[in-house]
Design a protein around this ligand. Structure first.
Ligand code: BV8
Ligand code: ZN
Length: 248
């Protein structure tokens, strides 16, 4: 039984919705065992704030440390499984028009069987050359937490350093992904916002854009967030409990 039983009106809204957007953040993957940005950090990482590592300044300061962090995170994702929330969204898309717009850089939606319309903040699995942009295959990351910096690989095309495929703080979002996200949000009649603190822009502006246009927006999060005051429904439950109950 979910911690907070679902409001039957939400189940009805989900059933009646013709075009759904699921907007996910790090909390979507928490029950798979992937720490969110706000979880307490341990080991090598406890003395670094993500904004220090997920930024061009962090890369310029110590690309080996940043590469090690992403290699560890890539390996962690590879070793875990999609949770019941990811699977419920994939099931929903089998009988309704559901588009996923995610801030997450993991591939758990895809591994649950979903297509993702937009990875707004890039992906762990698309490293690219920091100089010429050439895509390089991910080597699957590390099975253990690194104890220090790891020298990033060299670009096979120009010899530059290969960087993680994530969008860092201070970097623009991929234009094509942003446009797909805006189009999906403008066309939907229900937006389900799962596991995001709603603090990172411009992504966090998308639920507000939907709410302002009169679209029904449902937030699934065990905590209130910066978005809560602006959304019609905020359900204090988790992704893996709430989504299966919503998607009957
Ligand atoms: C840009 C990839 C401009 C990297 C990420 C002031 C106002 C507005 C904007 C700014 C500002 N100051 C600075 C900015 C810009 C900045 C920004 O928004 N900063 C914030 C901190 C204020 N934004 C940017 O820099 C963006 N780019 O603005 O470019 C520009 C324009 C032109 C030219 C140049 C530049 C780029 C931002 C992208 C950063 N990259 N990710 C990586 O992964 O390493 S963002 C990263 O952090 C995540 O993607 C996520 O979106 C975000 C927040 O992390 P978390 O809080 O952990 O995750 P989340 O928000 O999802 O929160 C977890 C939630 O889950 C919690 O609410 C929790 O309660 C809940 N939860 C926990 N367990 C569960 C759960 N929910 C459900 N079920 C559970 N089981
Ligand atoms: Zn290159």
């Amino acid at each position: 039984m979910p911690a907070h039983p679902v409001d039957p009106a939400l189940v009805e809204a989900a059933r009646a919705a013709r075009r759904v957007v699921v907007f996910s953040g790090a909390g979507m993957s928490a029950e798979s065992g992937i720490p969110t940005f706000r979880d307490a950090r341990t080991g090598l990482w406890e003395r670094f704030a993500p904004e220090q590592l997920a930024s061009p300044e962090g890369w310029a300061r110590d690309s080996g440390l940043v590469w090690a962090w992403y290699q560890w995170r890539t390996g962690l994702v590879r070793l875990v499984q999609p949770n019941a929330g990811h699977r419920a969204v994939a099931e929903w898309a089998r009988h309704a028009h559901v588009q996923i717009v995610t801030q997450n850089v993991d591939d758990l939606h895809e591994r649950a069987g979903s297509e993702v319309a937009a990875h707004l903040h890039g992906s762990l699995f698309s490293p690219r050359c920091s100089a010429c942009g050439t895509a390089h295959p991910s080597d699957g990351g590390l099975d253990v937490e690194p104890t220090g910096p790891i020298t990033p690989p060299r670009c096979t095309h120009c010899g530059g350093s290969v960087r993680p495929g994530a969008v860092w703080f201070g970097e623009s979002l991929p234009t094509d992904a942003w446009e797909r996200a805006e189009n999906a949000v403008d066309a939907c009649d229900l937006m389900v916002v799962v596991g995001t603190s709603g603090v990172v822009y411009p992504a966090a502006g998308l639920p507000l854009r939907a709410a302002e246009s009169g679209t029904t927006v449902v937030e699934i999060n065990p905590q209130p967030t910066d978005l809560t005051p602006y959304l019609q429904h905020s359900w204090r439950t988790t992704a893996a409990e709430g989504l299966p109950a919503l998607v009957t």
